[in-house]
Design a protein around this ligand. Structure first.
Ligand SMILES: [Zn+2]
Length: 420
């Protein structure tokens, strides 16, 4: 009788203190809308994103790792590591000996490109008894130390990334995985507004229309979570891999054309990755490094040229064998070798540039409500997700301290009461 009373008092005290009494395990859905820049909600009416911010957390912006391109930055979301540390240094697999290159989609299937010593969160979660899934998220097609996400779907080669009906079907599919297969963690990828931002530019009406489509989809995602009975267990994090900036049209500015730079010759290179965007990597032939470097360094006021070992530390893009000896990037608006430039928008610039910053929203039982927070680096999303899921993170470059102020003061993880 007495112990029962103590128990009731304890329950009462817990309820007063606002501690969660239910022991339901927390789930996490990580969503990426490719190329959604931090300020895309400022010139478009976005009622669903606004509602999500009111019901949860909105960051002013987040800082992606350098190089600000799709596969490397997504692998940072999955691992909490800077690109030099996780090794997925480019969208394109390449072999400097054979000079073979594979484009973005084909590189998804090159296992050794991805399975390179760093485990993505799906595998870590599964090794610790959770169930993970992924739909279209970069890195999904590869296996890691022989393991894959237990439920996964990779898009076909010719895939229409902007079909809103397919977005809704994919949303319902993922919610079904959570409800019917009791998955704990899923990553979900949408290929827009990146495609539209490239094609029409970030300041175009087409981009604003696509942001409206994203916003409707955010509303649909939250409605679908509710209909699947997931409101009390599912935490939804929505972010992106990088932003987008307008590029100058041909003839508007003095272009950066490597072949026209005095003293520079492609014949001095044994391999290069210069892909009509703002970044490039060069492997000079033996004995030619100084010649190539001296020709390029200072050759154009908007071209940055670095030897790998002299790269600014803050970019965390040097200490990896896959990174080539000379690294180039241009200032916003400029592209390298853009003679065939047909994109009106680009990314891949310095991650300090505001136009490269993605957005961030989170909602769910683990998150505070109506909270606006300052910017943080996307390496910190990984330890946040591990904390909510109650799993031990791998070695990573993020810190829970950077994001834990977004969480309710105490969170039930794995049925345990943890306060921090
Ligand atoms: Zn992208």
């Amino acid at each position: 009788m007495k112990s029962e009373l103590v128990y009731l008092c304890l329950l009462w005290a817990l309820s007063i203190l606002g501690a969660p009494v239910n022991k339901q395990r927390q789930k996490v859905l990580l969503i990426s809308f490719d190329g959604f820049r931090w300020d895309y909600d400022r010139d478009v009416d976005t009622p669903n994103l606004d509602k999500m911010a009111k019901d949860g957390v909105k960051a002013l912006y987040v800082t992606p790792p350098y190089l600000t391109i799709t596969s490397p930055t997504h692998f940072t979301l999955l691992t909490g590591r800077y690109i030099e540390n996780h090794g997925v240094i480019h969208n394109m697999w390449f072999n400097t000996t054979t000079t073979e290159k594979k484009p973005y989609y084909q590189t998804q299937f090159v296992n050794e490109w991805w399975d390179n010593g760093t485990l993505p969160i799906w595998i870590t979660a599964q090794r610790q008894g959770l169930k993970a899934g992924s739909l279209h998220f970069p890195g999904t097609a590869s296996s890691y130390q022989g393991q894959v996400a237990m439920v996964r779907e990779v898009e076909p080669l010719l895939y229409n990334y902007k079909n809103e009906t397919a977005w809704r079907e994919n949303t319902d599919k993922v919610m079904g995985w959570f409800r019917d297969q009791d998955l704990d963690f899923v990553t979900l990828y949408f290929g827009e507004p990146d495609g539209t931002g490239h094609r029409y530019g970030p300041d175009s009406p087409e981009r604003r229309e696509m942001v409206k489509q994203v916003d409707r989809t955010v509303g649909y995602i939250r409605q679908s979570a509710k209909q699947h009975g997931l409101t009390n267990s599912l935490n939804i994090i929505i972010t992106a891999d990088h932003g987008m900036t307008s590029v100058y049209r041909n003839g508007q500015v003095e272009e950066i054309t490597l072949s026209k730079i005095p003293g520079f010759s492609f014949r001095d290179l044994s391999f290069h990755l210069v892909d009509f965007g703002p970044s490039g990597m060069l492997l000079p032939k033996p004995g030619k490094l100084e010649k190539v470097y001296n020709a390029l360094k200072g050759s154009h006021p908007h071209l940055h040229v670095y030897k790998k070992e002299e790269m600014p530390e803050r970019l965390h893009f040097a200490k990896n064998d896959r990174i080539l000896p000379i690294i180039l990037w241009s200032d916003p608006g400029y592209v390298i070798n853009g003679v065939l430039q047909f994109h009106k928008g680009e990314h891949g610039f310095d991650n300090q540039e505001m136009d490269m910053k993605p957005f961030f929203r989170a909602v769910g039982p683990a998150f505070q409500k109506n909270l606006k927070v300052g910017p943080f680096e996307t390496v910190n999303i990984y330890p946040l997700m591990c904390h909510i899921l109650g799993i031990q993170p791998e070695v990573n470059d993020g810190h829970l301290n950077a994001t834990k102020h977004m969480l309710v003061t105490s969170t039930t993880t794995q049925g345990e009461f943890i306060s921090d």
